[in-house]
Design a protein around this ligand. Sequence first.
Ligand SMILES: CSC[C@H]1O[C@@H](n2cnc3c(O)ncnc32)[C@H](O)[C@@H]1O
Ligand SMILES: [Zn+2]
Length: 438
Amino acid sequence: MTQTHFQTLIHARWLITIEQDGEILHHHTLAIENDSIAAIAPTADAAHWTADEVITLDEHALMPGFVNLHGHSAMTLLRGYADDLALMDWLQNHIWPAEGKHVSHDFVRDGSMIGMAEMIRSGTTTINDMYFYHSAVAEAGQKAAMRTFVGASILEFPTNYAQNSDEYIRRAMTEREAYLNDPLITFTLAPHAPYTVSDDTFRKVIATSEKHNMLVHCHIHETADEVNNSVKEHGKRPLARLNDLGVLNDKLIGAHMVHLNDEEIVLVARLNIAIAHNPSSNMKLASGIAPIQKLLDAGVTVGIGTDGAASNNKLDMFAETRSAALLAKVGTLNPTAVPAATALRMATLEGAKALHIADKVGSLKVGKRADLIAIDMGSLETAPAFDVISHIIYTAGREHVTHSWINGRCVMRARTLTTLDESALKITASEWRERIQK
Ligand SMILES: CSC[C@H]1O[C@@H](n2cnc3c(O)ncnc32)[C@H](O)[C@@H]1O
Ligand SMILES: [Zn+2]
């Protein structure tokens, strides 16, 4: 017999499936059962469906939650700590010294929870993170009930977390053990960047990735200096070096990838490397404009990320996706570059593809996990609503997100978080500011 009683029913004015570019279903009902989307039908045909909870969203668009493909959640605690600087000055003279003084398990747990609260309030349901103290990130992901990819950072130099690259890898693999059966937590290997990781360590990362089927997440070709310094030091550009080391394959997510020549774009497409595009961070650190339309034309999977709150300084996928659409146009002087529907797909399904979870999330489809958000289109700023996809990219903001479900669980209802305590997190953030300012 066909099921007609569900855990949750959501009646929505618009349903943006992302299954087909620009597809919009009008007046549809989506049913959630356990962790998944159990049914989707026109509301008129679903009149006989019942549920434990029925939510009527007459002026809302329902869409898959955003996949933030590159971030450092805990860096919310360093938001606004050092602005208006170039990457290496920002890292070497400000951020790394501050991390050396303050980063601990508690810093990462608290900062990650604050970041996840901000991301859920901004419509993000999956975060591909990269930081130190992996079990603290995982603990925050469990508390927030957010789909979390915990990037186990690996560098050559000592930090509070580990003394050398072997210790980073060892700790990553040990801490991962406790989360192997968690449906929301997945560990990845995160060598920081070609300029902080040796050839030998990259080889170990690849061997570990192959043995344990783990994704690899790395900052690559972020600035022109990075590329030029690599030519001086290694006699080749970072991508060529990584290619020689066997790092380039479909498990790699390259964050930034701003400085790519035409040959490298062909290589990236051929080897199925995914890219996390971070337009705000690239603008703020003056890293450059990534050739996104060229990459898309070549068939590369490009998702969108916020980077950390110390280089953005928001964890807002609305702002980021809008910037991706605008920056592509100004970078090519072509107003048709990265149109709205493409930008939205990048911020959802393409991010899911990069993380190898497109069979589970990234679009609204029966059988997929219920990772979705509701956006209120009834406010003055979003009137009139001719085209909801245009509104999501160019007009609406994170403040219009009212509800969010992750893995079937409602994590924000009418803008109130259900898994995290927003007031308590604000107090925690000010306590950390006092400590850091001392
Ligand atoms: C090893 S993961 C965390 C490590 O990366 C630093 N970081 C943050 N944003 C960026 C960026 O855009 N490029 C390079 N490194 C970055 C962060 O401060 C941590 O030290
Ligand atoms: Zn980053």
